[in-house]
Design a protein around this ligand. Sequence first.
Ligand code: FMN
Length: 386
Amino acid sequence: MLPAIKDYRELARQRLSRFAFDYLEGGAEDGRTLARNREAYEQLLFSPRILKDVAHVDASIEIFGNRQGMPVLVGPTGLNGLYWPRAEEVLAQAAHAAGVPFIMSTASTSLIEDVRAATSGELWLQLYVQQDRSIAEDIMRRAQACGFTTLMLTVDTTVHGKRDHDVRNGFRMPVPFTPRLFVDLVTHPRWCARMLRQGGSPQLVNLARSSGMPGSLARQAAAISRQMNLSLGWADIAWLRDHWRGKVIVKGVLSVEDALDARAHGVDGIVLSNHGGRQLESAPSPLEVLPSVMDALGDSLTVLVDSGVRRGSDVAKACALGAKAVLLGRAPLYGLAASGPRGVAEVLGILREEFEITLRLLGRPVAGSLDASALSPDYRERLGRL
Ligand SMILES: Cc1cc2nc3c(=O)[nH]c(=O)nc-3n(C[C@H](O)[C@H](O)[C@H](O)COP(=O)(O)O)c2cc1C
């Protein structure tokens, strides 16, 4: 076991081919949003209390009536098959073992049905809506048939953010075979062997199946993935409700106005997110907008946060500001790319341990009762300095 998530990141960097690591790690344009996500966590200070009984620590919290091991969810990420074969199955199993839900991306590379067969843990579906809405309807139908509980509509990806490294590497789906890629592959033989074992370039198998094409039509499935429905609006929440029986969450909120619109349109929760700095350059960090969103919403909606979580103390900061829990994007992928199932389990274990240490050292051993008193009182000014 390595000491920290950043050590898994470094191992992932060494072990993955260049284009795969760049795709995993990179941000939009000059990376200002990406950097800001970390700076926001770094700005915040705690206000610890002493001589409190911290013999017993309770990291668990409840979301939509379900108790989970800690205020963390393994978030939705596409193309996970670039890092390890059967990646979604591995992530879902590790999430279950850690007592937290796994959110499966529309751009996943394992079938919804195979992930269900691999775990009895709680599964959520992240939805991208393509121009042909019958594809999203079919994906929802399949996920419901497999007992997925919650739908998360991602709304910050109408078009792909500009990522220079992907342009430089010539990276797109399906992975094109170029001389540059050839060099990348021969210099990473272990990664290359793993990819060959899974049959070569990972495929967008769920999009392929739900659009009625054979899985081998990788190019067409990839094309469909780029045909986002650009006219989706708040009124379409009602369309989602017609096709989804469970809770509905909107991911990609970054303003008080949109948080209020989400509530007005009857969603059950929101994720404050800038997509890990991969989409809009110079977007605010979700942590910066969290206090004013909580002022506006109170506890009328479940508020989740992501982008930049790398430490257990980060989880405590987000919860102290009012988030019910955080989503992890890159962190579990570092573990996956570094050492497969063991790496993901270790990353989640590190976060859990750091979170529990933080709760004890804060003198607030119950995760569910964290509030802004755990932070130094100037937290708004500190976030305002970013
Ligand atoms: C490689 C990668 C792929 C992603 N794919 C998706 C996706 O398919 N759907 C989605 O809603 N978000 C996607 N995201 C965004 C994550 O869900 C999450 O918002 C973000 O990674 C959080 O930031 P962090 O990586 O700093 O934790 C992706 C992020 C990464 C790093």
